[in-house]
Design a protein around this ligand. Structure first.
Ligand code: 5GP
Ligand code: MN
Ligand code: MN
Length: 329
């Protein structure tokens, strides 16, 4: 299990004193749980840190410890640069967004991630593609660093495991994930409460977006590809933010017989966020990579600039090539 890299990561946390901790743009439960988990480990080691992202972190994760310390660079500029950086759940440099502007010119960076498309952009790289979540790797780092586990640290790691496995349902749910999760429950994590906050509870704005989104659902490629499209007017009419459009892609992929589910989400005019979910036959990370994105074989994404109809055409063509079926067949 990359024992050398895990030792290196723990050593990195011990040998510096002040850290910049960040995750990826539009952070999810694994990104946020892992970033705050790193923060807690650093506290236990007597270190100081800033935990920051380019934009806002969804309010739904506000139950996590130290959530109030999470900074939003776009709203709160910072005039400090950092020599030691820890990036979690970021597959490449661009995923860190503008937070890169806070790196000192000689900064050393520890990259902890589980994406197969990770390009090892760090000074130190702890990449385990067999891990279901970055939080799973962080568990090993915490053990290696010798920090005591408590309910707060357990909650951060559990949240990453829960969300990146879709509630322990996706194919990345390994025996080890279940073992670690069981261990974390012994520190007092309440699985029902975490699942309620992360998976069950939805905003009214999400339901309003969902209503509109489902009306755009179309099937192409012999009904093997299902797509949903959400445009700026939908966000406006639903009173919704970008984060309210999360999870729509599952409605596409879950349809019987569908191999690839896709959402085209245009929350800002001209920038189309494409999310893809695959069943068995195609590796969507390979497709996302063709458009400058990345991810996992069964869950990947990218952002493509342009007109939505044009972006659809390009993505459907690439998916059709991978499936061996044309869009209009
Ligand atoms: P989602 O579609 O939920 O945003 O992301 C699905 C998976 O693809 C996640 O593992 C996420 O990290 C990855 N992903 C989504 N968008 C991008 C992107 O623009 N670049 C890269 N490298 N990965 C992405
Ligand atoms: Mn993530
Ligand atoms: Mn992840």
């Amino acid at each position: 299990h990359n024992q050398e890299q895990i030792k290196e990561a723990a050593q990195f946390m011990k040998e510096h004193d002040r850290f910049l901790v960040l995750s990826h743009v539009n952070p999810d439960g694994d990104a946020t749980g892992s970033a705050l988990g790193v923060a807690l480990i650093l506290e236990k080691l007597g270190k100081t840190y800033i935990v920051i992202n380019e934009g806002e972190t969804p309010e739904k994760f506000s139950f996590l410890p130290r959530f109030e310390l999470l900074r939003n660079l776009s709203q709160q500029p910072l005039d400090e640069t950092f020599g030691a950086v820890i990036a979690v759940d970021c597959a490449d440099e661009s995923r860190m967004g503008d937070v890169r502007s806070l790196f000192a010119s000689d900064a050393v960076l520890l990259n902890i991630d589980h994406h197969p498309t990770n390009d090892a952009f760090g000074t130190f790289n702890l990449i385990r593609t067999d891990a279901a979540a970055t939080a799973e790797i962080l568990y090993d780092v915490a053990v290696e660093a010798g920090v005591p586990f408590d309910k707060e640290l357990a909650l951060c790691i559990y949240t990453g495991l829960l969300t990146d496995t879709g509630g322990f349902r996706y194919s990345n749910t390994s025996p080890r994930v279940m073992e670690i999760a069981a261990q974390l429950l012994t520190y007092g994590v309440k699985p029902g409460e975490v699942a309620e906050r992360c998976l069950e509870e939805i905003t009214l704005a999400h339901v309003n977006i969902l209503r509109r989104a489902l009306q755009t659902l179309i099937l192409t490629h012999q009904n093997q590809v299902a797509s949903i499209t959400v445009q700026p007017a939908d966000f406006e009419e639903a009173g919704a933010q970008r984060e309210d459009a999360g999870g729509l892609v599952n409605y596409c992929r879950n349809i019987e017989g569908v191999e690839v589910g896709i959402t085209f989400i245009e929350s800002e005019p001209g920038a189309i966020k494409v999310s893809m979910r695959a069943r068995d036959r195609v590796d969507v990370a390979v497709i996302a990579k063709q458009f400058g994105g990345g991810g996992h074989a069964k869950a990947a994404g990218c952002t493509i600039r342009g007109e939505v109809a044009d972006v659809q055409k390009r993505v459907w063509h690439a998916v059709g090539e991978a499936l061996g079926v044309k869009e209009h067949e």
